[in-house]
Design a protein around this ligand. Structure first.
Ligand code: HEM
Length: 271
């Protein structure tokens, strides 16, 4: 016998569903999120597959803390160091936000490498995911540049001399080297221009590029699905029978109002 819902419950459900339906009808966003959350993944997906999402989380933490730091940081040689001291010692919880951003940068890079290692060891870079691997390589380069440009911003002795070394190393590259180091330095010596450039790259260009590439990367992950572990029966190349499941709906997204016609047409039993 169907359970009778109380009036209060019905009102609550209507209040929640009304804005969602409104949004869905105009954008299809709710359906997209449902598809994302309930898409099929290999049944032996394991903890190693969480490294990509962990990297994404670390990146989001960097974005959040970075925006807060940008409220108070002053990108000039005269004020950069003192503004960082102010953030660390004077602002409420400034030390925490700065600490999260500074240590989070290392966490982000470490997770990035672990994720890349997982993808490599599972052979997940092979057909049809080569393009996603290439996007990943670009993400890696941009992430390293984020670290390099961010390191100068505290404008202390370590930051200054590390940047001198970094820029001089770039200068030794064949052909492009001198142009690259001139571009990064923005003049004859490391100073105001360099700091402005590094700041602009660090908080505008590189994060923008990273966000764009991450969106493409995730689009391909959703489109192609994730790879089973190499030891799995479901791994590429392994012989397997198609499992026909009677439990539909949650794991088998279908158009709204379809009423099971799509599944029926594919010869699946009705639930
Ligand atoms: C900001 C950096 C990155 C983020 C946020 C990110 C995020 C993700 C996520 C969430 C997944 C799906 C879950 C998983 O397999 O862990 C994934 C899969 C994948 N990533 Fe990344 N990733 C990043 C960097 C990289 C790098 C550096 C590479 C390689 C050079 C790479 C190559 C791949 C490949 C090939 C897949 C598909 C794996 C499969 O099908 O099993 N990613 N990524």
């Amino acid at each position: 016998m169907p359970r009778v819902k109380s009036k209060r419950r019905q009102q609550l459900e209507r209040a929640i569903l009304l804005p969602l339906d409104w949004l869905e009808e105009r954008s299809g966003l709710v359906g997209a999120v449902r598809y994302f959350l309930f898409r099929k993944v290999p049944h032996d997906t394991n903890w190693w597959h969480t490294l990509g999402s962990a990297t994404l989380t670390a990146f989001l933490v960097q974005l959040g803390t970075g925006v807060i730091l940008a409220f108070y940081y002053k990108p000039t040689p005269e004020e950069a160091y003192s503004s960082i001291q102010n953030i660390t010692n004077e602002l409420t919880l400034g030390w925490l936000v700065r600490g999260m951003h500074r240590w989070g940068a290392s966490v982000f890079i470490i997770l990035l490498f672990l994720h890349m290692g997982r993808v490599f060891l599972f052979g997940a870079y092979k057909y049809p995911r080569e393009l996603n691997w290439l996007l990943g390589v670009m993400l890696l380069v941009l992430a390293m540049l984020e670290g390099f440009t961010g390191y100068l911003l505290p404008w202390d002795q370590t930051a200054y001399w590390a940047t001198v070394v970094g820029i001089n190393l770039n200068a030794t590259a064949p052909f492009a080297g001198p142009f690259l180091s001139d571009f990064l330095r923005g003049g004859q010596e490391i100073g105001t221009e360099t700091l402005s450039r590094f700041y602009s790259l660090h908080m505008l260009l590189l994060p923008g590029g990273l966000i764009g590439l991450i969106v493409l990367h995730l689009y391909l992950v959703i489109r192609l699905g994730v790879t089973s572990p190499p030891w799995s029966k479901e791994a590429a190349g392994a012989e397997r029978e198609e499992v026909i499941t009677a439990k539909r709906g949650l794991v088998e997204p279908r158009p709204r109002g379809d009423g099971g016609a799509a599944a029926g047409a594919r010869g699946r039993p009705e639930a």
